[in-house]
Design a protein around this ligand. Structure first.
Ligand code: FMN
Length: 197
């Protein structure tokens, strides 16, 4: 089988974090969300643990997520460090997104696979979704603010103690087709050693 390598290289390079401030009101078709999830499911996992779990939050359910995240921030931030702007953003972001996918990882019940490997597998699944979103012209943003790693978040999402929340993937069509410019502070050549013998 042959692939269009130029296209895959371009999608990978064009994948950008696009935050909800830049989303339009356009809805995302359910079939496209399903495609993202199918592509997530093709991620690799050690021993085939397939540890990813997702909760797709759209429509009115976004309001409940917005309240949950904002209330948690208010209740768990000392008054001295409370940031009104951060609170407002936390409240607004789920509502500005067409859809938010909560990202979960089930701990291997057999305890054979180190947890880090299941985390890595979920990260691969998230990248699959982010790249797919890019190909559909949809902006995506992986958010991991403090609440996501708490048992409260897992409970809110309906997960038991064996499932960790690894964040939220915000999705929405950007207001403009222009993707934010990507930056990398270093060169890959400086981070790679080649050993031929
Ligand atoms: C595991 C993970 C967690 C992230 N959490 C946040 C976050 O909480 N807030 C944020 O602004 N960006 C977050 N990001 C996005 C990064 O800021 C973003 O990937 C980085 O700035 C590079 O930009 P790019 O995705 O457009 O290449 C996260 C990315 C990853 C991989």
């Amino acid at each position: 089988m042959t692939y269009n390598t130029a296209e895959i290289n371009r999608i990978i390079k064009d994948r950008r974090t696009v935050k909800p401030d830049f989303y339009s009101d356009r809805e995302i078709d359910k079939e496209i969300i399903e495609q993202l999830l199918h592509n997530a499911h093709w991620a690799p996992s050690h021993n085939g643990t397939e540890p990813w779990r997702f909760v797709v939050i759209s429509g009115d359910a976004r309001k409940s997520l917005s309240d949950f995240k904002a209330d948690w921030y208010k209740a768990n931030t000392p008054e001295a460090s409370f940031n009104e702007g951060k609170y407002n953003k936390t409240k607004a972001y789920p509502l500005r997104a067409a859809c938010v996918i909560a990202l979960g990882m089930v701990k291997d019940p057999n305890g054979k696979i180190p947890e880090i490997e299941d985390i890595e597998a979920v990260a691969c699944a998230v990248q699959n979704m982010h790249l797919t979103a890019t190909a559909y012209g949809i902006g995506a943003y992986w958010n991991t603010n403090a609440v996501c790693y708490t048992p409260a978040a897992a409970e809110y999402l309906g997960w038991d103690a064996g499932t960790r929340c690894l964040g939220f993937l915000y999705l929405g069509y950007p207001k403009t087709e222009l993707s934010p410019e990507g930056h990398r502070k270093t060169n890959i050549e400086d981070k790679t050693v080649w050993r031929a013998i």
